[in-house]
Design a protein around this ligand. Structure first.
Ligand SMILES: [Zn+2]
Length: 159
């Protein structure tokens, strides 16, 4: 299937990648990479019909094991981590099937980027957030991962 690149208008191939998630069911990932400008667009759908689609998930992450919990985020999924003061708003073309650790790595990348240009209080806050992320990854601090998606195509799936 072909899809038009929203950046440069070139045609790119849309790929369908099936996923089976243990104890949960099937999901499908849509991936389009533009051959011209390299823009990458992804989306995900949860296919399990027998499962009532949940719109809000909340997970307390307090141990190293919790980092392996699966996280599915569709393009409509909004992520919030109150302890880090972090919100990841839904973004078209940006979805993933990952783990809590993967989510933390994404957050860390963004905070590091902000930290580079920050000064004063903002820099201090960014540095505190990075320290807290390290503590969470080591199982020494806890956080709450909140995931909301009005379409029900996002999920947090503990083993
Ligand atoms: Zn393009």
């Amino acid at each position: 299937m072909k899809e038009r690149c929203p950046i440069c208008g070139e045609e790119s191939d849309l790929q369908f990648l099936p996923y089976n998630i243990p104890h949960f069911g099937d999901a499908i990932m849509f991936v389009a990479v533009c051959p011209s400008c390299g823009y990458r667009s992804t989306d995900v759908r949860i296919l399990s019909e027998n499962k009532a689609k949940q719109r809000r998930y909340e997970l307390v992450v307090s141990s190293v094991q919790d980092l392996n919990v699966r996280v599915i985020r569709s393009t409509f999924g909004r992520i919030e981590i109150p302890e880090l003061g972090v919100t990841v708003d839904p973004k078209e073309g940006d979805s993933f099937i990952s783990t809590v650790e993967g989510v933390l790595k994404r957050v860390e990348r963004v905070v590091k980027m902000l930290n580079r240009d920050a000064v004063g209080d903002k820099k201090k806050r960014a540095e505190q957030t990075l320290v807290k992320i390290e503590e969470i990854k080591a199982g020494k601090a806890s956080m709450t991962l909140i995931l909301e998606d009005p379409t029900g195509n996002s999920a947090i799936i503990p083993d």
